[in-house]
Design a protein around this ligand. Structure first.
Ligand SMILES: [Zn+2]
Length: 280
């Protein structure tokens, strides 16, 4: 048995050579390799202590998955334009933290399609080896980068154009209940690009030809370490329950799947001080 304790952060994700998602849970100064714990007992205790993910100060409540209220209302990374990039207001001179904006928003972004049970459009900043950690975070089983755009605002404008034809949300219950059927993302890409052509032309007219670059990335598959999916999804609420234990049946997205159809979104508890006991 091993005991870990400390403030947790969202799980670090990657894929191995077979494109199986690999998970590490940062806790205090350590990282728990989660994949090897699947099929074993795990016990989690929370005693009411939360530290802000950014300033590390103690906070009674977590805002935006791990921030104190002060950081939530003052950091650019917590502004509403992060969720709605088409509202990026850097060019108006009103960015909460212009330097952060320059480093994070005025740089290349990728627009992608992913399959999380339904096909959706989304935006990510980094794609490496044709995979974005964002796809793993959302539990996508397939994804394809469609285009590289010059900044966050443009990515939002492109996403808005796509949203007339396709959703942009993950239904997390659907995502957690099964592995969806494979879709032909390449042909979907071609169909959608044709539909949004007028809007893309308009964006290029306003922001320059270099604003949008269609790229030739392959569609990739991502597999998750799941031994059995829940039939119904029962969410564990750490704020109310304080602790839980059980067999870890798998991990998908940022969720742990436990016996008894229970699931927990670990990302939601970033900054929580936890004690975690594992079997090995
Ligand atoms: Zn803070």
């Amino acid at each position: 048995m091993t005991t870990y304790s400390g403030n947790i952060r969202k799980m670090r994700v990657s894929v191995d050579d077979e494109h199986i998602a690999q998970y590490q849970l940062p806790i205090g100064e350590q990282n728990i390799g989660m994949n090897s714990l699947i099929g074993t007992e795990i016990q989690v205790q929370y005693q009411g202590e939360i530290h802000c993910h950014h300033c590390l100060k103690k906070t009674k409540k977590s805002f935006n998955q791990g921030y104190c209220y002060r950081c939530f209302i003052s950091l650019a990374q917590c502004d509403s334009c992060i969720i709605k990039p088409e509202l990026c207001h850097y060019h108006l001179g009103t960015c909460r933290e212009p330097q952060w904006g320059e480093a994070n928003c005025l740089s290349d972004h990728y627009v992608y399609l992913s399959n999380t049970g339904n096909i959706k459009v989304g935006i990510t900043r980094h794609v490496s080896d044709n995979v974005s950690s964002r796809w793993i975070d959302q539990g996508a089983t397939q994804a394809i980068a469609l285009m590289r755009v010059q900044n966050r605002l443009t990515s939002g404008l492109v996403e808005t154009a796509f949203k007339q034809h396709i959703g942009d949300k993950t239904n997390w219950r659907t995502m957690l209940k099964a592995c969806p059927e494979d879709q032909d993302l390449l042909s979907l890409k071609a169909q959608l690009l044709e539909k949004v052509q007028p809007e893309l032309d308009e964006i290029r007219q306003q922001h320059g030809l270099q604003a949008i670059n269609i790229i030739d990335s392959p569609a990739v598959a991502i597999h998750y370490p799941v031994t059995s999916y829940p039939e119904k999804v029962k969410s564990i609420n750490l704020d109310k329950e304080g602790e839980f234990s059980g067999t870890l049946n798998g991990i998908k997205g940022q969720y742990w799947l436990l016996d008894g159809d229970r699931v927990i979104n670990m990302r939601k508890y970033a900054g929580y001080f936890l004690q975690i006991d594992t079997e090995s």
